[in-house]
Ligand binder design. Sequence first.
Ligand SMILES: C[S@@+](CC[C@H](N)C(=O)[O-])C[C@H]1O[C@@H](n2cnc3c(N)ncnc32)[C@H](O)[C@@H]1O
Length: 171
Amino acid sequence: MIGPREADRIWDRHVLNSVAMADLVADGVSVVDVGSGAGLPGIPLAIRRPDLQITLLEPLLRRATFLAEAVTELGLTDRVTVVRARAEDHDAQYDVITARAVAPLPRLLTWCLPLMRPAGELLALKGSSAADEIDQSRQLLTKRRLYADVVSVRAHPRAESTQVVRVRAVR
Ligand SMILES: C[S@@+](CC[C@H](N)C(=O)[O-])C[C@H]1O[C@@H](n2cnc3c(N)ncnc32)[C@H](O)[C@@H]1O
């Protein structure tokens, strides 16, 4: 489910990177993890935050099957649902949309904005490209009256920090 050279760095590069965004998510909200793949960031987030209802959205059969097995194995079925679909074909709305390594921000916004409740937000794990991707999305953000900022997060004080692009309606 992840690249062949990733096994040695699965904890730091993938799991902790996913958990790092946990503090940005409000209590008890609904979350959709778009393009969840191997369950990143959705599954670490679900384990770290038992108060959340999380949908893992993934179009590929093999990955969606893996996700369903992982959710069952981890005992998360009461609050984590797997949906096999592309974001642009999924008809539901959520308080928070998460995405990691799915698409450049302008395309991600086009796919994800219909899934976002009016007071909701998109949290895209972007690392060092975060500010540039916001610049590339300026036109769309302005047209849709959205505000984007970059938030630096880390899973714990000694973990590497990463950057999240946060997109919300202008308030
Ligand atoms: C590079 S993987 C990243 C997976 C995971 N988020 C991670 O960080 O490891 C991109 C994932 O996005 C999914 N994807 C591609 N296009 C999509 C779309 N239109 N809607 C939802 N998911 C999509 C792919 O099937 C793939 O699982």
